[in-house]
Design a protein around this ligand. Structure first.
Ligand code: SF4
Length: 284
């Protein structure tokens, strides 16, 4: 995205398109808007659009269309059967997902209902990064539970994007299987040495896997097993001293130790079973 700034160098947020169609909005006084909301029974579906200033219910896709989208609509073949638009879409889906058959359906409630009824059983766990309210309702109605997997993580938008890209690469480059070498794992979007070592240790029981996270770095330094904060250097130092077949389990234990005993702010050295061997506790 290009950057331009005001004369004092404050950045100007840029959107690389211009809006050519405008629609008049209505802004009711606050008390009138509150009354409308109350009259609707606090149900957004009962409100009249003419009483709404900022519509955050309707999908963004129906609010604005690009010139490409508008022109594609003119080119669209909307025949009931044998439509060229359908064949173009089918070809693109096959190319993207490698599937032979597809059944186009709108994302709306009926489609959510069909999919949820087909796939969700009592006790099913349905994972997503963000659930639409109606999708969530269909899942819970059928006894399933929803999990917002990465929403609570920092940078969850980037992580969600990387998960999708990594899954696509797993399908396209690795036949749907998580690869078993450091070089191959590092090609996956969002995967660094920490995650790669974790996968090698947990999935492949690869000897010498050292998962260098923040706990590992802190405690290794306190114990005197490593010096420095750079993950790659700490990983190398630990690999030199840990028995290869123990290194992965060691890192899992050290994370638990870091959460329960050797915390970042106030290590409980008096209760720590490692204190006889710990450099920090022994003043070294
Ligand atoms: S003795 Fe203290 S600093 Fe050393 S590992 Fe235990 S809690 Fe951490």
């Amino acid at each position: 995205m290009p950057q331009i700034t005001f004369y004092k160098h404050d950045p100007i947020p840029l959107e690389m398109h211009k809006v050519r169609i405008v629609q008049k909005l209505n802004l009711l006084p606050t008390d009138e808007r509150l009354q409308k909301i109350k009259d609707s029974g606090y149900n957004t579906f009962q409100l009249h659009n003419s009483d709404i200033f900022l519509d955050m219910l309707t999908d963004s896709g129906v609010n604005a269309m690009s010139d490409d989208m508008e022109s594609a609509m003119l080119r669209a073949d909307d025949a009931y059967a044998g439509s060229e638009s359908y064949f173009r879409m089918e070809k693109k889906l096959q190319e993207l997902f490698g599937i032979q058959y597809c059944l186009p359906a709108h994302q709306g409630r009926a489609c959510e209902n069909i999919l949820a009824t087909r796939f969700v059983k009592p006790g099913s766990c349905v994972i997503m990064n963000y659930h639409f309210t109606t999708a969530k309702a269909h899942i819970t109605r059928l006894g399933g539970r929803v999990e917002e997997l990465v929403h609570s993580c920092g940078f969850y938008k980037h992580k969600a994007r990387d998960i999708v890209l990594a899954c696509q690469m797993l399908l396209s480059d690795y036949g749907g299987k998580v690869p078993g070498s450091m070089e191959e794992l590092l090609r996956l979007p969002g995967v660094g040495r920490k995650t790669a070592n974790l996968l090698l240790g947990d999935l492949y029981q690869a000897p010498g896997s050292v998962v260098c996270d923040t706990h590992c770095i802190r405690i290794s330094n306190r114990l005197g097993l490593a010096v420095g904060k750079e993950p790659e250097k700490v990983e190398k130092q630990l690999r030199a001293v840990l028995p290869p077949e123990e290194s992965s389990a060691f890192c899992h234990r050290i994370v638990l130790h870091g959460r329960a005993v050797c915390t970042a702010r106030s290590p409980k050295c008096g209760q720590c079973t490692l204190s006889p061997w710990c450099s920090m506790a022994n003043g070294n």
